[in-house]
Design a protein around this ligand. Structure first.
Ligand code: AMP
Length: 386
């Protein structure tokens, strides 16, 4: 077991690395961040920011030397980097689990082979795979790149073989999955933490709404029957156990209009839809990342209050300075800004979480705050409802 004041390492210095750093610091650990970006949100608060590429052997050597354990904030770290570090120091989650989660073909095949439900899909490794896949699937379908897709990027909707061929060419014929489009009723996610010995703590289910492919809100608990929530939580735990996973795992689900629960994808790290855990749970997903990488048992995932998390994208800043005074005047809304200087459309700049006695009330507060902080809104539109 690794205890404070040991030094922990994180690959990637974005907002996830930053919130990891905050959690580790609160617990008394030191943190090293590896990120080539000089303006990295986590690097600026780390004990050491190694400004180097993810395949820079000298930097990796230095990190392995200094850190008692290493984790990652994103799945697209080169496989060789994780393997290199793993031969020197505990890396959690390990390279094998990250390799599965990073690649849609491996991931969906792994899920299906475990007997867990996904939307019907086919691996597309070359143009020749398209015809049999289109034949077998009910159209419309989505062609998704197997790697490097996020926030809905690298995905093209297709209605027939001809469109699928054009889409595959548009995606530079990189390996893809062709996946049936399902009619979505809800999108849900389950976050869990699994310790070295297999001890697993699962958070309550969150209900997610995406806008333009990017997460907009997470409402907890999600509006699903208890038995469906339990099924989803069990499936997530089964996936983690099958990978002998150590760390925080996020699993995204679809509930279809005809009531099927399907696994969409997983992320081998804390997830945007788990940010509410910082303010609304006994243990945050970032503290769980610290605990599990240190070989400590995961903490309780108990929900202390229903919550709604809202993402703050750069779009808001492009209209002027957000009117934080109105958010901060709300007694039960917590603001998290990631210290990014440049606001761009779609860039995640921060989030806030509104807490209330029931999720419906939390949603009302969150939407009221959203309207109030908009730089383009007239001043007198905002009235606090005490
Ligand atoms: P992904 O990158 O796979 O998480 O997809 C991004 C978003 O696209 C999801 O959150 C869904 O809103 C939508 N989506 C992805 N796959 C499907 C599908 N098979 N059927 C319907 N909608 C989908």
């Amino acid at each position: 077991m690794i205890v404070p004041v040991a030094t922990l390492g994180v690959l990637g210095g974005g907002q996830l690395g930053r919130m990891f750093t905050l959690a580790a610091h609160r617990m008394g650990y030191r943190v090293w961040v590896l990120d080539p970006d000089p303006a990295s949100p986590a690097g600026s608060m780390a004990d050491r920011h190694l400004q180097a590429a993810y395949d820079d052997t000298a930097a990796l050597e230095e990190m392995a030397e200094a850190c008692a354990a290493i984790t990652t904030e994103f799945e697209n770290v080169p496989a060789e980097t994780l393997e290199f570090l793993e031969s020197r120091v505990p890396v959690r989650p390990g390279s094998k689990a990250v390799a599965i989660a990073r690649d849609r073909i491996l991931e969906k095949t792994f899920i299906r082979d475990l007997g867990l439900p996904t939307a019907a899909f086919f691996a597309i490794n070359s143009a020749a795979d398209l015809a049999p896949a289109c034949e077998a699937l009910t159209m419309p379908a989505l062609l998704k790149t197997s790697q490097f897709g996020y926030d809905g990027k690298g995905q093209i909707g297709v209605d027939n073989l001809e469109q699928a061929r054009l889409a595959f060419a548009d995606l530079n014929e990189v390996p893809c999955v062709l996946e049936e489009c399902v009619l979505l009723d809800h999108e849900l996610s389950v976050i869990l933490a699994r310790g070295v010995g297999g001890h697993t703590e699962v958070y309550p289910i969150g209900e997610n709404v995406h806008v333009n492919g990017i997460l907009d809100t997470t409402r907890v608990p999600g509006r699903v029957p208890d038995e469906v929530a339990q099924q989803a939580r069990d499936m997530a735990a089964k996936l983690a156990a099958a990978m002998d996973y150590v760390g925080v795992l996020a699993v995204e689900f679809f509930i279809t209009e005809d009531g099927r629960l399907l696994i969409n994808e997983m992320a081998p790290r804390p997830h945007n839809s788990g940010h509410y855990t910082i303010d609304a749970c006994l243990t945050s997903q970032f503290e769980q990342q610290v605990r599990t990488m240190c070989g400590l048992p995961p903490g309780s995932t108990r929900l202390l209050s229903p919550a709604v998390m809202v993402n703050l994208l750069g779009n808001l800043w492009l209209k002027g300075t957000p009117r934080w005074q109105y958010l901060l005047a709300e007694g039960h809304t917590c603001l998290h800004l990631y210290g990014k200087e440049e606001a761009r459309e779609g860039r995640k700049m921060g989030h806030y979480t509104s807490l209330a006695e029931d999720p419906k009330q939390a949603m009302l507060i969150a939407e009221r705050v959203r309207a109030a902080i908009d730089p383009a809104a007239p001043d007198d539109e905002y009235e606090r409802d005490d």
